[in-house]
Design a protein around this ligand. Structure first.
Ligand SMILES: *Cc1c(COP(=O)(O)O)cnc(C)c1O
Length: 234
C-alpha cells in the first residue's frame, strides 16, 4: 500500500506540473488535505510528512478530531469545508481557522459575533454554485458582490476569496466554462477587495483543470487518504 507521505508527494507533483503547464508558480497553490471520515492517526501521518492544512466537513467529527490534536499539533490550520447550519456556527467559530462555505449573510454575521476575541479573525470564502445545480449549496456569481459587501462590515471575519465545487460528471468543455466564470468572478472580487487572495477549487479528480483556471487552494481527500466509505456528499 502506498503511504500517505507518498500520496502527498504525488499530489504536490501533480500541482507543480499543472502549474508549470500554465506558467504559474507552484508556491501560489496551497494543498488542503481533506481528512473527513479518516482517523486521527492518518492526520498525524500526514502532519509528520509536513502537511499543515487540513479540511473537515462534519462538525461533530471535526470537533472530536481537533480536540484530540490541538495541543500537540497546534500549528495545524483547520478549514471547515462542509455545509454550515446556523445552529453550528458557534462551535465552528471556536474550532476553525477558515470557513469555505459562506453562502448567506446570516451565517457570516453569526460567525463574526461568535468568534472568540482571544482568536484572530476567522478567514472565510464565499461558496459559489458555479454549475447552478439545485442539489449544491452556494450562491450565483451575480450575488457575490452583495454578500462580500456585508462580510466586509463584520469585524471578526476576513473575506479571503471564493470556493466552489464544480459539477460532477460533466464534459471537460463544460467544466472549463464553469471554472472560467469562477476565475473571472474571483478577479473581479480581488479588484474590489485587495486582501482577497484565495480561490478554493479543485479536488482529487480535477485538480489540474482547477490549477489551470487560477485555483490557489486545492482540496484533496481521496488521492491522499484513500477512498472513503460511501456516504452521501454535498
Ligand atoms: C470531500 C471533499 C473534497 C475532497 O474530495 P476528493 O475527491 O476526495 O479529493 C473537497 N472539497 C469538498 C467540499 C469536499 O466535501
Amino acid at each position: 500500500m502506498t503511504s500517505i507521505k507518498n500520496k502527498l508527494d504525488h499530489s504536490q507533483k501533480r500541482i507543480a506540473q499543472a502549474a508549470k503547464n500554465v506558467s504559474r508558480e507552484h508556491q501560489e497553490i496551497n494543498l488542503l488535505a481533506v481528512s473527513k471520515t479518516k482517523p486521527v492517526s492518518d492526520i498525524i501521518e500526514a502532519y509528520q510528512a509536513g502537511q499543515r492544512l487540513f479540511g473537515e466537513n462534519y462538525v461533530q467529527e471535526a470537533e472530536t478530531k481537533i480536540n484530540a490534536l490541538n495541543v500537540q499539533y497546534s500549528d495545524i490550520e483547520w478549514h471547515f469545508i462542509g455545509p454550515l447550519q446556523s445552529n453550528k456556527t458557534k462551535i465552528v467559530s471556536q474550532l476553525f481557522d477558515w470557513v469555505h462555505t459562506i453562502d448567506r449573510e446570516k451565517i457570516a454575521t453569526r460567525l463574526s459575533e461568535q468568534r472568540p476575541h482571544t482568536l484572530p479573525p476567522l478567514n472565510v470564502c464565499i461558496q459559489v454554485n458555479i454549475g447552478k445545480e439545485a442539489t449544491k449549496s452556494g450562491i450565483q456569481c451575480n450575488e457575490i458582490m452583495s454578500l462580500a459587501k456585508h462580510i466586509d462590515t463584520l469585524p471578526n471575519i476576513h473575506l479571503r476569496g471564493l470556493m466552489a465545487i464544480p459539477s460532477a460528471n460533466i464534459e471537460e468543455q463544460k467544466a472549463r466554462l464553469e471554472l472560467t466564470q469562477l476565475h473571472t468572478s474571483f478577479i473581479e472580487l480581488k479588484q474590489h477587495y485587495p486582501k482577497v487572495d484565495t480561490l478554493s477549487v479543485g479536488m482529487s479528480q480535477d485538480l489540474e483543470l482547477a490549477v489551470e483556471h487560477g485555483s490557489t487552494m486545492v482540496r484533496i481527500g481521496s488521492a491522499i487518504f484513500g477512498a472513503r466509505p460511501n456516504k452521501k456528499e454535498t
